[in-house]
Design a protein around this ligand. Structure first.
Ligand SMILES: CC(=O)CC(=O)SCCNC(=O)CCNC(=O)[C@H](O)C(C)(C)COP(=O)(O)OP(=O)(O)OC[C@H]1O[C@@H](n2cnc3c(N)ncnc32)[C@H](O)[C@@H]1OP(=O)(O)O
Ligand SMILES: NC(=O)C1=CN([C@@H]2O[C@H](COP(=O)(O)OP(=O)(O)OC[C@H]3O[C@@H](n4cnc5c(N)ncnc54)[C@H](OP(=O)(O)O)[C@@H]3O)[C@@H](O)[C@H]2O)C=CC1
Length: 281
């Protein structure tokens, strides 16, 4: 039974994952290295709970109890008695490997160590731990409280028991599961991020304006957000990180990141979370 879950990284995704766990009466220990990030996360969760209450998805009287289930900390040791840890830190392999090495020595034996990585192969992450059978990819979609899908990815050593426990948690959260093999980008980002990269190339090559690229795809293919708006929403740093994982993983030039995307990330134009991306917020 998964009663207490540690979430590492209090950014867009970590805070969304903490949100949906706490709504299902699971105790959450939300870890980050920055105090202000933790405070921002809790404020964002409260705002999104109120948004859900307005839509009748959550009883507003239960919001204080839900928020009380989320314990923030800058001490990873506070995750030692969690039944599961879900890592959602920046999409940088070296950072994730370091986090999993630490987690392996901190979280009680038998606990599942999951990653919310968008694209980095789970087998490589599992290999730095002494419990590769307990490591799995549990890839939520943004925004977590709204998106129905969780992609589940087994590493080469992930056990059936770990997979079954993860699948049960996905169901408990009211989400739908898609199972992907452990190859770069899994399913969603193998298809979606190259589309976003192609939209950046269309802009870079002067095919159309930012607005017309998004308008064309929104009204032309009924997507709720145009690709460049979606890139800003995801984070241009995350989009670029995923393109690099695809490019390195498949050694295929079709995954080369658009030079404009690279430049924007280098300029710190990371999208909505930075106040500026393809649009200004
Ligand atoms: C990168 C990866 O690894 C994998 C991924 O996640 S790929 C990205 C997957 N996600 C998508 O494709 C999202 C596409 N967009 C959408 O589905 C919709 O635009 C949306 C659900 C995000 C918002 O739908 P909507 O009908 O416009 O919702 P609405 O109630 O009007 O709210 C719009 C705003 O609230 C946000 N929002 C809505 N409900 C929310 C919730 N419960 N929690 C957080 N944010 C929420 C929207 O992002 C948007 O943000 P701002 O208010 O800051 O502008
Ligand atoms: N954005 C998206 O649409 C989606 C992203 N993902 C994946 O989820 C993960 C997180 O993405 P996202 O939430 O967008 O990223 P964000 O940039 O929003 O958040 C990353 C968080 O990780 C924190 N962090 C950085 N270094 C450390 C560390 N050493 N220890 C603890 N926390 C740390 C950051 O804190 P600080 O800012 O203080 O450095 C920040 O709070 C990535 O793997 C991404 O690929 C998955 C699905 C969708």
């Amino acid at each position: 039974m998964i009663k207490k879950v540690g979430v590492l990284g209090a950014g867009q995704m970590g805070s969304g994952i903490a949100h949906v766990l706490a709504v299902q009466e699971i105790e959450v220990v939300l870890f980050d290295i920055a105090e202000d990030q933790l405070a921002k996360a809790v404020a964002g969760i409260e705002k999104n709970l109120e948004r859900q209450a307005k839509k009748g998805e959550v009883d507003s009287a239960s919001i204080p109890a839900i928020l009380k289930r989320i314990h923030t900390t800058k001490v990873m040791g506070d995750l030692s008695d969690c039944d599961m840890a879900i890592e959602a830190v920046t999409e940088r392999e070296t950072l994730k490997l370091d986090i999993f090495r630490q987690l392996d020595g901190i979280v009680k034996k038998g606990a599942i160590l999951a990653s919310n990585t968008s694209s980095i192969p789970i087998t490589r992450i599992a290999a730095v731990t002494g419990r590769p059978d307990k490591v799995i990819g549990m890839h939520f979609m943004n925004p977590v409280p709204v998106m129905k899908l969780v992609e589940v990815i087994r590493g080469l050593a992930t056990s059936d028991e770990t997979f079954d426990a993860t699948a049960a948690l996905v169901a408990k959260l009211g989400k739908e599961m898609a199972v992907s093999a452990d190859y770069p980008g899994f399913i969603v980002n193998r298809i979606l991020i190259p589309m976003i990269n192609e939209a950046a190339f269309a802009l870079f090559e002067g095919v159309a304006t930012v607005e017309d690229i998004d308008k064309a795809m929104k009204l032309g293919t009924n997507q709720p957000m145009g690709p460049l708006t979606l890139a800003d929403f995801i984070g241009l740093d995350t989009c670029l990180a995923i393109m690099n994982v695809l490019y390195e993983g498949f050694k295929d030039t079709k995954y080369r990141p658009c030079p404009l995307l690279v430049k924007m990330v280098e300029a710190g134009y990371l999208g909505k979370k930075a106040g500026r991306g393809f649009y200004t917020y």
